[in-house]
Design a protein around this ligand. Structure first.
Ligand code: AMP
Ligand code: GLY
Length: 383
């Protein structure tokens, strides 16, 4: 890819996923003098190494779960025997493990088995270092921040907080997926709540990058758990979230390429981004058999769903029309005045895109809608 960039000199390169960022694609293309939206490899360790991220959080006093890191089996086993932070015990492989490197172990026995599998190399070297972490309880949300930090220049802008729905079935049951839908902003988060996340999570992160001499030219996606104590950081991602980004792009009322270019060229000065009013919802239409597998080559009689944006993910065009070609096949994205309106608009469009065996969730954003309708705030349990 670097050779291709050298030959074709694009005006802007956006590196999407974390693996090439961790491998240094951003650094390599930037070294050609081409603007890159995407962090240096050194900064991408915030996602690429859980121990690096936890050390960063501790050093910069960012609220997060208590944790211990191990590279040898015997002391880790002892820590599980002595564990008194409550259940589940959260085990994290240090390195990237294709989304499978975090296990919430409901018992010490399960934690012990997971630990041994990780350290025996279930994910190669990525799982030979293991972090044990105390469980955080609360409401999970996704906070995306555009960051441009280089030397003494430090600018950032937060995007609206979103919520993903990871489980395959309604009511948050069944196995984890890449995400079955998302919405944003979260209606009952007040301006004061957003300000608190800025002060307690985002500012110490940006200032920490600056102090540590880490250049950041891209997006940081903070996985946040809003606990009884307030917002705490679960993890950093150094890329955009999917399906949160489907929501964010619909809400963003800016020239995206221009915004990304400003970050890539280190001349980002904005403190906020212009947004459309209202709320966006994305529904993921998934293949039969997902997430264990995905039934491919099933025809999708895609009509013209009204009032939504249709985003293709796992589709393929054949002479006879569209067919399924992956787990998460299509996204329907709707915007409306509020969460209820956006949900209704998205759900109304499903039948025009449906195919036999398709899976989707009708309850994307429903819990938040009920929470808001009951007049509850983020300080109340999110049930
Ligand atoms: P990750 O693979 O790092 O994105 O983490 C996967 C998911 O595990 C997160 O989105 C959380 O839902 C959950 N998780 C991670 N750490 C904790 C924790 N300390 N307490 C509770 N849940 C957690
Ligand atoms: N939606 C979660 C992620 O992209 O990791």
């Amino acid at each position: 890819m670097t050779a291709w960039c050298a030959a074709n000199t694009p005006d802007l390169v956006v590196v999407g996923p974390e693996v090439p960022l961790v491998a240094g694609l951003g650094d390599a293309v930037r070294a050609l003098g081409i603007p890159v939206f995407g962090h240096d490899a050194a900064t991408a360790r915030l996602e690429g190494s859980k121990t690096f991220a936890k050390d960063f959080m501790a050093r910069h006093r960012i609220p997060c779960a208590a944790s211990l890191a191990f590279t040898a089996l015997a002391p880790a086993e002892q820590a599980i025997r002595d564990w008194d932070y409550g259940l589940p015990i959260v085990l994290k492989a240090d390195g990237p493990a294709a989304g499978k490197g975090v296990v919430l172990a409901g018992s010490k026995d399960v934690a012990m088995d997971t630990l041994r599998a990780f350290m025996a190399g279930q994910f190669g070297d990525a799982s030979r270092t293991v972090v044990l972490e105390a469980p955080l309880v609360g409401m999970e949300l996704s906070l995306h921040v555009l960051v441009d930090v280089d030397g003494d220049h430090a600018a950032y802008a937060m995007l609206p907080p979103c919520q993903d729905h990871k489980r395959i079935f309604e009511g948050d049951r069944g196995p984890n997926t890449g995400g079955m839908g998302a919405f944003g902003p979260i209606p009952f988060l007040s301006p004061a709540d957003l300000e608190r996340m800025r002060r307690e999570l985002v500012e110490p992160t940006v200032e920490g990058l600056r102090q540590d001499g880490l250049r950041a030219r891209g997006v940081l996606f903070l996985g946040v758990m809003w606990t009884a104590r307030g917002p705490e950081l679960l993890e950093y991602n150094v890329r955009f979230g999917d399906p949160e980004t489907q929501v964010l792009m619909e809400l963003l009322d800016e020239d995206l390429a221009e915004v990304l270019l400003e970050v890539a060229q280190g001349r980002f000065r904005r403190e906020s981004l212009r947004l459309r009013t209202g709320c966006a919802v994305t529904l993921v239409l998934a293949a039969e058999g997902y997430p264990e597998g995905a039934r491919k080559n099933v025809p999708i009689p895609l009509g013209r769903p009204e009032g939504v944006t249709v985003i293709h993910a796992g589709t393929r065009m054949t002479p006879e029309g569209w067919v399924t070609n992956g787990g998460r096949v299509l996204n329907l994205v709707a915007v409306d005045r509020d969460l209820q309106g956006a949900r209704e608009r998205a759900l109304a469009a499903v039948s025009a895109a449906a195919w036999p065996g398709m899976q989707f969730r009708r309850d994307i954003g429903l819990r938040a809608l009920n929470h808001a309708a009951a007049g509850r705030t983020v300080a109340d349990p999110f049930l």
